[in-house]
Design a binder for this molecule. Sequence first.
Ligand code: ATP
Length: 263
Amino acid sequence: MEKLTQEELAKALNGLPVGEIHCFDAIGSTNDFGFERAAAGAPDMTVITAFEQTKGRGRMQRRWITVPGASVPMTVIIRPTETEMEHLNLFSPLTGLALHEALQEYRNIKSEIKWPNDVLLNRRKIAGILCETQWEGGKLNALILGVGANLYHGSAPEISDITYPASSVEDETGTIIPQTEWIRVFLTQLIRLRPQLGSPAFFERWEKALAYKGETVRLVRPDGSSELSKVTGIAPDGSLITVDGAGERKTWLAGEISLRSKE
Ligand code: ATP
């Protein structure tokens, strides 16, 4: 993957309703820069990307590894509308859905979404999402949506704390999606799906893409304790619904649980 220039990115996004466009050779974290720009007043749909990201973050203090030239980091600043404010926790799955539909749209690539939002190809993680909030005087100022996409061979990190099998779009499908097209198709889907946030159509799409539906999985708590339960669907608040071996229905909140395959 070649280093992208700001001009090339701006050209690729021409016609899309985006805010500022920032493209770096190297950056600590695109989300950190997103926080800076949001505090400085950058508009809705401001887009930030980089060739190299040295301090990518995941959920719960985990690291997100960006292999330069193989994995694409991106951040989008969202200024939620009044209606969207009621569904802030759904922006993260919305982003997963936009990635899922971008792959489908681009080359009919069938991905799945590991609840709440990781995108899988052949049960390997090819993208991670980190949705953060910026508050100002008790009021939400912006959502900082971080997306790391493993597009090409070599993206899957060789690290000891890997929590789930990782791969790339190229490794799993043989398809090489040019970086500019990837960013464009993803943003197009994000813009298209945003008005559906929290609607029955949104949950329908999410459930349709849900990995492990009908399968028994291991749900792991932050303290390492875990239990097996069968995935049945998603509740209207975005929780995962499962049924355990004794037939008891359970709901799980994102952030409190990690989903693993049964093994
Ligand atoms: P969980 O799977 O427990 O729900 P998570 O997948 O939501 O956690 P993220 O915040 O999305 O966690 O990503 C951080 C985790 O992803 C890291 O702990 C590491 O295991 C893994 N990881 C880091 N970089 C990559 C990468 N480029 N591709 C795939 N996985 C990665």
